[in-house]
Design a protein around this ligand. Sequence first.
Ligand SMILES: C[S@@+](CC[C@H](N)C(=O)[O-])C[C@H]1O[C@@H](n2cnc3c(N)ncnc32)[C@H](O)[C@@H]1O
Length: 448
Amino acid sequence: MDDPAFLPDETGGVDINTQTILLHASNHDIQALKPLLRIPGNASVQDPETGYTPLHAAIAACGPAKPCPTSSNPNTNPNTSETDESKDGEVEEEGEGVDIEKAKNMIEELFFSGAIWNDLDKNDETPGCLAYRLGRMELYEMCVNAGVRAEMLLGLMGGYEPLAGEDTDEEEEKGEGEYVKNGEENGTGVGANGQEHDLAVGPAEEELEKRDVNSEDYLKSELTFTDTALRDEDANGVMMAWETDIMRKSVDVLLPSLPSGKRILNIGFGMGIIDSMFADTKPSTHHIIEAHPAVLKHIQDTLSHPFGKNWEESAPSGRFKIHAGRWQDICPLLLQAGEVYDVIYFDTFGEDYSQLKLFFSEFIPGLLDEKGRFGFFNGLGADRRVCYDVYTKVVELDLCECGMDVEWTDIKVEMEGMEKEGEGEWKGIRRRYWTLGVYRLPVAMFMG
Ligand SMILES: C[S@@+](CC[C@H](N)C(=O)[O-])C[C@H]1O[C@@H](n2cnc3c(N)ncnc32)[C@H](O)[C@@H]1O
């Protein structure tokens, strides 16, 4: 057996069950594998040497798709900064001698039997990452769809946690509403800002490595303000100047032609980048919700800060205002006060997808004008393409359930200087939380 998936285990022996399953998966031999898949857990066994699951084995056995003669970029690595080009058909689907239909049937069978879409092999690749790297886009799409099904199901089963204050003890141990279902240990957990929490740089690495970003700790954390970044005390990039173009384009699609006199609510002040752009449009109402005491203090203490007291006093009856507190506490008050906005933007830090979903399902219906536009920073899973693709679909389905359609605008992200952890833009930042060449900018509106 030449395939690296079938090497002896660490004890020097061979786990016959695992190796048999991986061999059948690799041969796309459903008849032989089916009886074994009836045993719980067999669909997600892992080779001790390679970390291959049956899904990895079935995909790896297809080999790379035959490159299209015109292609200059045959196989991109989903964990690097390379862009989507191969996804757009620059590689052909069929490699020589591979019956791709048999591979698809095998993958489908594995998913039906409980195979896990985001298990990592020793190369730090999920089955989807592997399919993408090999240019096997049909197989990649199957992995994305399985990821969407799994995440939606977990959401329905209560995988998303309730508002703070309603946490159980157990939940508190995990951190506020932490989304542990595809958690840190396999490296594919996603936060609302798409940031995973492994360490890249900074002091006391081992200690910090164990520490997840979570809202409660973040809101107590010391912050550092520079011209190019806002960092927390663990050197996480809370907001970074490279995101300015994304903020610019977000404003442009949220407020087409940049009309004045609109009612705007922004959640998460950060470096004030998007708020400066909103302010330039001369809104009639400009409300900002910001929870971090250090961000609020920075605004107050900075002499003639553009969003200081003078700004608030420049409009009558609290039409320009920074609401100090968590959106979870402030939004109910805005609802009670009957506030309605034409544009709402949401970009917080240290919160997971459950909070974004909570926000748009609980508060958007009351706070957004029926013709209004809702946008959010779409960083969900942005350090791993397959997670980004899964979360794009999950959020679209969840918004649809709330009666909203999403329009996506693809924006090229200039990746020069962003390719390597701890270097360029990421120097002094704990983790490279963005790795993709394209940002999918969402704008959601009520249907009909
Ligand atoms: C990524 S930054 C926002 C950047 C902003 N879009 C800009 O253009 O500079 C996130 C901000 O959300 C704030 N934040 C985090 N959790 C919050 C919460 N629950 N309620 C309100 N603000 C929160 C953080 O303190 C931080 O200032």
